[in-house]
Design a protein around this ligand. Structure first.
Ligand code: FCB
Length: 476
């Protein structure tokens, strides 16, 4: 077991020189400029422009206007001392309809970004897919179709050919769990479908897309560092039926990805649990070998935990899984699992704050896959920030966010001390941004964005983080 304070506020913990401190964003959440320089529409353009899908009717049309403010944002990253920046590339900027001809201005934008990072001594961590599927591909079935996985590999090859020599880490997909289950099952994310069979087909085609893309990247760049980022669920069972509920959620949320990606097979119990929904015929012979490509790194996104048990069929059903309820289920075949209210404290998302979940997750992954280096590719918190006027100008004293980060960096440090090969930590997020179904109502940034003027204002948490990076110690 670990030593240290039970509340994860240990003092003075130091990180090694190789540990990569950075921050993360995603294209649709910050870029804006959705119809400039040849960009095609993505499923998030369609979804956000559909009434009732996103809070307040918010869209990513302007977002943080990062597309036009690239240089200033890069300078800001340097001022904070970031050592890495995790960003995503918008597929519809590179191929406006998802296949065929390459849109040169789109590639040129990301080349400017990558070169600008390198010029400032910041390592680029590029994600190829953070949810903005070209709408034209969705019109042909999106992730329910095998052809999308094949198109993704072509896109990956195009980007790798252009930027490959300068990108430190390639991440194929961000959180395929969300793309599949929220996109095609619960309806909370684009494209907003509510169909369990489609969600499971999407899981497989996303896994396949990853495998095909890694293969394509390595054909161009044999030494490329390849990874995928997952939002693995940390599941706490409750009561007599807790173990069964945990097995089911672990199966759908974690093992349907880790199984094919790292062990080369789909978990038999999940195939069985879902057999009334799909026959899994979309998995063709040879697919699992294609999916299991050697990985250089696994990206871990962590925010909170879930507590589960089987619903008794009588009492009012609880569903506190932390996602927006649009009517569909993100748990095909396991709809009778109940997600119980977590003990607090909570962030503005209503997500419980539990740094022990991060430590547990990192240690469990390391125990299962000791050879696989890990990186926290997202961790952070939304709070209802307040701007105060100080003598030297406006400020955001976001002590809650600092406390959240302090405790999660402590958790990461404890995992390191227990032997986990953890290579770095990317705070979500550099900037306040378009938080998907919640629009601009949730602020995750360590830098505030004023959505009227688009001005950036580093919050106290940004200063705190800059100090951590500079000293390599968690500030007191
Ligand atoms: C993750 C997403 C990221 C952001 C955070 C809060 O699921 O990858 O884009 O929305 O949650």
């Amino acid at each position: 077991m670990t030593s240290g304070t039970p509340d994860y506020r240990d003092a003075g913990l130091a990180f090694g020189d190789d540990f990569l401190f950075g921050s993360a964003t995603a294209a649709y959440q910050i870029e804006g400029a959705v119809d400039e320089d040849g960009r095609g529409p993505s499923i998030w353009d369609t979804f956000s422009h559909t009434p009732g899908k996103v809070w307040n009717g918010d869209t990513g049309d302007i977002a943080d206007d990062h597309y036009h403010r690239l240089d200033a944002d890069l300078d800001l990253m340097r001022e904070l001392g970031l050592e890495a920046y995790r960003f995503s590339i918008a597929w519809p900027r590179i191929q406006p309809t998802g296949r065929g001809e390459v849109n040169e201005p789109g590639l040129a934008f990301y080349e400017r970004l990558v070169d600008g990072l390198i010029a400032r001594g910041i390592r680029p961590i590029a994600t190829l897919y953070h949810w903005d599927l070209p709408q034209a591909l969705e019109d042909e079935g999106g992730w329910t179709s095998r052809a999308t996985a094949e198109a993704f590999a072509d896109y990956a090859r195009i980007v790798a050919e252009r930027l490959g020599d300068r990108v430190t880490v390639w991440t194929t997909l961000n959180e395929p769990w969300c793309s599949a289950y929220l996109g095609y099952g619960s309806g909370a994310h684009a494209p907003g479908l509510m169909d369990g069979a489609k969600a499971l087909a999407a899981v497989h085609h996303l896994n396949l897309a990853h495998g095909l893309a890694v293969r394509a990247i390595r054909e161009v760049l044999p030494a490329a560092e390849c990874s995928i980022t997952l939002n693995l669920h940390v599941i706490r069972p409750s009561g007599a039926t807790g173990e069964e509920a945990a097995r089911r959620i672990d199966g759908l949320a974690n093992r349907l990805f880790l199984g094919p990606l790292l062990d080369g097979e789909y978990p038999a119990d999940v195939i069985e649990d879902t057999k009334a929904i799909t026959d899994w015929a979309f998995v063709r012979p040879g697919d699992t070998e294609l999916i299991r490509q050697p990985l250089d790194l696994l990206g871990v996104n962590y925010y909170s935990t879930v507590t589960v048990r089987m619903w008794d069929g009588h009492s009012p059903r609880v569903n506190a899984d932390g996602h927006k309820d649009m009517g569909g289920s993100p748990w095909p075949g396991s709809e009778e699992v109940e997600f119980l209210e977590q003990p607090g404290p909570y962030t503005a998302m209503g997500w419980n704050i539990d740094p022990s979940g991060l430590e547990d997750l990192l240690v469990a992954l390391h125990e299962s896959y000791p050879e696989l280096p890990l990186m926290v590719t997202e961790n952070g918190a939304a709070f209802d920030d307040v701007v105060t006027e100080e003598a030297d100008g406006p400020a955001v004293h976001d002590t809650d966010r600092i406390d959240y980060l302090r405790r999660h960096f402590t958790a990461a440090h404890r995992a390191l001390a227990r032997g986990v090969d953890l290579r770095g930590y990317q705070v979500w997020s550099l900037l306040d941004n378009f938080e998907w179904g919640f629009g601009y109502s949730k602020r995750f940034g360590i830098v505030r964005v004023d959505y009227d003027t688009l001005e950036r204002l580093p919050k106290d948490s940004a200063r705190w983080y800059a100090e951590l990076i500079r000293t390599r110690r968690i500030p007191a």
